[in-house]
Structures are given as structure tokens and as C-alpha cells.
Design a binder for this molecule. Structure first.
Ligand code: NAP
Length: 350
């Protein structure tokens, strides 16, 4: 049982990111004091929403410079915090030129650096780590022989060459558990979102959530979409799951955050229902052999297509509902409100 002092500051790493921004906003709304780390607190774009929150909640939000790759750079920000929510980690989809440098090193070394700052600060009692369903499974094909993925499953199929983002999340989470087991002062709870959608507080994020939704504006799916299934969850519910995991004394282990399984065509169907017919909203399923042939040009490997397209995926998050009391809004709402935010931000036409 871990009880966090509600008056102690809460550290959120990567505070300007898509998911973290909602965690910061909800923490402030709940009355907590928040320290958010960012790589560059002086950058001209991408911090406007945090600056607005800081004005809305005077004296409650501070920004701290920290880089995942700089040893010790989280030391000062962690001092005095009982709770650390470690969210910073790159989520890049599509063509990656150097997966080791762009994904694996920041995820793994970053986790080591943040947790070594946690070890150095006497105050920390709990770390909530943003992991992913990507640390639970690698490809939809991994589900063969199971009814659904659960929080006891581990991704054993991804490598730096195949599904490198999933690999980065898996090795980072394993490292976090290994470091946690070397001491007894702080416990670790991990949150495992599926594809996060829903309105973004920032237009500066390069998250795979953003690149996925851009496909519904750039006509790349105009001829049709691969039959690719994925879990989807709302960003506001993911933030709520982190906060519930942080302040539920008995919370422990790994919690899947997922609303429902959908597909690229399913997202297209929602968008057509809500925003009318547009050429960028896919209507047809592309045959798998066509997708496999075209994969490299679209930044996907053929192996990826073989092991994912046309195959089902399901998640069991009953433990999250039961122990954290978080319910997940329907995917239709997240997709609609995400796209509406893109329209409001000028990223999609009205
Ligand atoms: P995001 O908007 O791109 O946020 C990623 C954050 O990581 C940014 O705040 C970025 O900080 C930070 N970061 C990256 N490299 C860094 C470095 N070297 N040093 C310090 N900070 C660094 O992506 P997101 O979707 O919110 O992802 C946040 C977390 O959720 C990640 O751990 C991701 O794996 C996880 N997750 C996301 C999804 C999803 O569908 N979006 C699903 C499951 C799990 P700066 O802004 O300062 O550059």
C-alpha cells in the first residue's frame, strides 16, 4: 500500500507531449502541484498550452529542463516529489532511419536515467511508467491461440529491426522492473495504452497518434486501407488511468488501457458518419497481397504486413476497470473529437 501526500509536487516527464499534457492538465484540475520536464523550456513553439495552464493555475505548474540522454538531468526536478509519472519516450511510426538511436536508446537509457534520479531522491514513493500494449505484444499474429492479450503477456517477438518502437517499449519496461526490484522505497505501476486518440492540447507533437490521424487528411488511404486492426483508447482516459494508478494505494503491476478494437477502415467509417464523405476517408479494404507489395514505399516492412494485416487483436483490461475504477469512452467519440480538434487547429479542412 503506497499513500502519496497530495500536497507534495508530482513530476511528469516529457510534460509537453500529447499524453503527458493531458496528465498535467488533469493533475492541475485535481489540485496537485506539478513539475513538468521538457527538453527545451525556451522553445518558441509547443509549450503554449503549458504556459496557458500555468496562468490558469498560478504557482501550481513549473517547467524543468531535462533530457532522457543526459545522466543526472532529472535529479533536481525529482527532489521532493513522492510521485514520478515517467511518460517521456519517442513514439515514432513509419520510416525510421536509425531505430537504435531514435527509439531504443532514448527509451532505455532514458528510463535508466530517470530511475537513477528517483533512486537518488529520498522522497519518491511511487513511479508510474507509461508503457504500452506494445510491451505486451509485437504483432497481431502473436494472438493466435489466445482469446485476448492480458497484462501478464510480454512482447517476445519485436527486435530493433522488426517493430522497433514496440521493442523500445519492451526493453525500457523490463529495465524499469529490474531497477525497481533492487530497492524497497518506491513501487512501480505501469500503464499500457493501445493507440491513443482524442483531442490534442498541442499541435507540436510528433506522436504516432498524430501521424496515424494525418493519414485521414493526406489522401494516402484514398484508394483503400489495409485490414489493420488495433486497440484504441481516449487520451483523457489514459491520463485518468495514470492518475488513478498514482493515487490508488493498492495499485500494483501492469494495467492495460484500451477501449475497443477498431481498424483503419473502422476509423474511416466513423469519420464519414461524422464529417461526411471525403476522398481521404477510406471506403475499401485493400487486398493483402497489394498491401504487401506496396509496403516498403509506405514505410512498412513486408514482414509487418504478413504478421498484422487481416489478423484480429483484442485486449482484456478488466483489471484496470476493477482496480483503478477507470472506464473508457467509446472509440467513436475519441476519433470524432480528435478530428474536430484537427479542424479547429487548421490541420484538416472544415
Ligand atoms: P509525444 O507527444 O511525441 O511525446 C513524447 C514525449 O517524449 C515528448 O514530450 C518529448 O519531449 C519526450 N522525449 C522524446 N525524446 C526525449 C529526450 N531525448 N529527452 C527528453 N524527452 C524526450 O508522444 P505521446 O504519444 O504523448 O507518447 C508519450 C508516451 O506514451 C510514450 O512513452 C509513448 O510510448 C506512450 N504511448 C503512447 C501511445 C500513443 O498512441 N500515443 C500509446 C501507448 C503508449 P519534448 O517535447 O521535450 O521533445
Amino acid at each position: 500500500m503506497t499513500v502519496i501526500d497530495p500536497d507534495a509536487p508530482v513530476l511528469v516527464t516529457g510534460g509537453s507531449g500529447y499524453v503527458a499534457s493531458w496528465i498535467v492538465r488533469q493533475l492541475l484540475g485535481d489540485g496537485y502541484t506539478v513539475r513538468a520536464t521538457v527538453r527545451d523550456p525556451h522553445k518558441a513553439r509547443g509549450l503554449e498550452h503549458l504556459q496557458a495552464l500555468s496562468e490558469q493555475f498560478p504557482e501550481k505548474l513549473s517547467l524543468h529542463q531535462a533530457d532522457l540522454l543526459d545522466e543526472g538531468s532529472f535529479d533536481a526536478a525529482v527532489q521532493g516529489c513522492e510521485l514520478v509519472i515517467h511518460t517521456a519516450s519517442p513514439f515514432l511510426l513509419g520510416k525510421i532511419s536509425d531505430a537504435e538511436e531514435q527509439l531504443v536508446r532514448p527509451a532505455l537509457e532514458g528510463t535508466r536515467n530517470v530511475l537513477s534520479s528517483v533512486n537518488a531522491a529520498e522522497s519518491v514513493k511511487r513511479v508510474v511508467l507509461t508503457s504500452s500494449v506494445a510491451a505486451i505484444y509485437g504483432d497481431n499474429a502473436d494472438m493466435v491461440g489466445r482469446g485476448s492479450f492480458t497484462d501478464t503477456d510480454w512482447n517476445s517477438t519485436s527486435t530493433v529491426d522488426h517493430q522497433p518502437y514496440s521493442y523500445s517499449k519492451t526493453v525500457a519496461e523490463k529495465e524499469a522492473w529490474a531497477i525497481q526490484r533492487t530497492q524497497q522505497r518506491w513501487d512501480l505501476v505501469t500503464i499500457h495504452p493501445s493507440l491513443v486518440l482524442g483531442p490534442s492540447l498541442t499541435t507540436a507533437s510528433a506522436s504516432g497518434s498524430m501521424t496515424t490521424m494525418q493519414h485521414f487528411t493526406d489522401n494516402s488511404l484514398a484508394l483503400g486501407a489495409p485490414a489493420l486492426q488495433m486497440g484504441v483508447v481516449d487520451v483523457r482516459d489514459v491520463a485518468r488511468a495514470h492518475i488513478a494508478a498514482a493515487f490508488t494505494p493498492a495499485a500494483s503491476g501492469r494495467y492495460i488501457a484500451n477501449s475497443e478494437t477498431t481498424s483503419l477502415l473502422g476509423i474511416g467509417a466513423v469519420l464519414r458518419r461524422q464529417f461526411g464523405n471525403r476522398i481521404s476517408f477510406p471506403r475499401h479494404e485493400l487486398p493483402k497481397f497489394v498491401v504487401e507489395l506496396a509496403a516498403p514505399a509506405a514505410g512498412m516492412t513486408r514482414k509487418n504486413v504478413r504478421l498484422n494485416v487481416g489478423l484480429p487483436v483484442r485486449f482484456d483490461n478488466s483489471r484496470t476497470d476493477a482496480e483503478l475504477g477507470v472506464s473508457f469512452r467509446p472509440a467513436e467519440q475519441s476519433i470524432t473529437e480528435h478530428f474536430q480538434q484537427m479542424i479547429d487547429d487548421g490541420l484538416a479542412r472544415r
